[in-house]
Design a protein around this ligand. Structure first.
Ligand SMILES: [Zn+2]
Length: 302
C-alpha cells in the first residue's frame, strides 16, 4: 500500500518515537542498520564463560557488525554472569536454555535494536554498533535480555502465551531487571515516562511500565520486597495469565487490588520515591549517567 507522503512522514515520526523508547537505535547512520532479518555474519571469535558462549566478528563486510576490542566481549560476559547470579539467587531457578543446551549463545552483530532474546531457543543478540559506541547500555541491556530468558523459564512463550497487550509485563519486568541488577537503564524513558504522562495507560506503557514494577516490589520504600517478583512469576506459571497472577499476588500482599492501583495512580502524580530507598532503587542512572530518580522528583515538584 502506498501512503501519501505526509501520512508516511507522520507514521515514520510515530514509529521513531516509539522506537526510541523500546530500545531501537535509529539515530544517525543507523537508519541504514541491518534488521533482525538480515543474514547473520560468520563469527570467527568465541569467548566462553560458565553459562554463555559469546560470538563476534571483526571481519564482516558490513562494518557495523564488527567489534575490534575483545575486552568489550569479556566485559559483557562478566555482566551476563553477574546478572545470572543475581537472578538464580533471587528466583532459585536458571534462565531458560534451548533444549539439550546448558549454555546460552550470545551473538554480536548490527541489528536495529539494542538487543533481542527472541525466539526462546535462539541466541541472545546484541547490536554491535550500539555496543561499541554506547558503553553505558551494555550492563542494563545484557540484564534485560537475560531476564527474557527468566520469563521463558516460567513458561512465558515456552508453555503459555499472554493476550495482547502484554509488553507492560514482558518488557516492563525486563526493564525492572535492569534496575534490579545494575541500578541503571538503557533509556531514560523507562524511568520518567509514567511521571511525565500520568494519564498513560499502564497496560500500554511497554518498557515504560518499569516504575510500576518497582512500586510492586516496594522498591520506592525503605525495604524492597524483591521476592514478590518470584511469587508473581510462579503465579504466572501456574495461572498462565499475567494479569490474573498480578491481581492474586497484590491481593495476598496488599489487600484490595483496586486500592493498590488507586494509590499507585496517586503516587505517580506526587511523591513516588522515598528518600530512604535501598540501592539499587535509590538512584537509577540513565545512559548519560544522570540520576533519573532525581529527575522524577523534580517532575513531581512541579
Ligand atoms: Zn525486551
Amino acid at each position: 500500500m502506498k501512503l501519501p507522503r505526509l501520512a508516511a512522514a507522520i507514521l515514520l515520526g510515530v514509529s521513531m518515537n516509539m522506537a526510541a523508547c523500546i530500545g531501537f537505535s535509529l539515530s544517525g547512520g543507523a537508519v541504514f542498520a541491518q534488521t533482525l532479518d538480515s543474514a547473520m555474519p560468520s563469527f570467527e571469535n568465541l569467548y566462553e564463560t560458565d553459562h554463555f558462549v559469546l560470538k563476534w566478528t571483526n571481519k564482516s563486510r558490513h562494518s557495523s557488525d564488527n567489534i575490534k576490542d575483545p575486552q568489550i566481549i569479556k566485559d559483557t560476559g562478566g555482566y551476563l554472569e553477574e546478572a545470572w547470579t543475581k537472578y538464580t539467587d533471587l528466583f532459585g531457578r536458571k534462565p531458560y536454555t534451548a533444549p539439550g543446551r546448558d549454555k546460552i549463545d550470545v551473538v554480536f552483530r548490527n541489528i536495529d535494536c539494542y538487543g533481542v532474546a527472541d525466539p526462546p531457543d535462539g541466541p541472545i543478540q546484541f547490536d554491535s554498533d550500539a555496543w561499541v559506541n554506547n558503553r553505558n547500555i551494555r550492563q542494563p541491556t545484557s540484564a534485560h535480555e537475560l531476564f527474557h530468558r527468566m520469563q521463558y523459564a516460567y513458561g512465558y512463550r515456552t508453555r503459555w502465551t499472554p493476550q495482547k497487550p502484554f509488553t507492560w509485563f514482558t518488557e516492563g519486568t525486563a526493564a525492572w531487571a535492569e534496575v534490579y541488577v545494575w541500578g541503571r537503564v538503557s533509556r531514560n524513558c523507562k524511568v520518567d515516562t509514567l511521571f511525565k504522562d500520568t494519564r498513560m495507560d499502564l497496560y500500554r506503557a511497554d518498557v515504560n511500565a518499569m516504575p510500576f514494577w518497582i512500586y510492586f516490589v516496594q522498591g520506592n520504600q525503605e525495604h524492597p520486597n524483591n521476592h514478590l517478583m518470584v511469587e508473581y512469576f510462579e503465579k504466572c506459571e501456574q495461572l498462565k495469565d499475567e494479569k490474573l497472577a498480578l491481581n492474586e499476588v497484590i491481593n495476598k500482599t496488599y489487600g484490595s487490588v483496586d486500592g493498590f492501583f488507586t494509590t499507585f495512580a496517586k503516587d505517580r502524580k506526587k511523591g513516588f520515591f522515598n528518600d530512604v530507598c535501598e540501592i539499587p532503587y535509590k538512584c537509577i542512572l540513565g545512559p548519560d549517567g544522570q540520576d533519573l530518580v532525581d529527575e522524577v522528583k523534580n517532575i513531581q515538584k512541579k
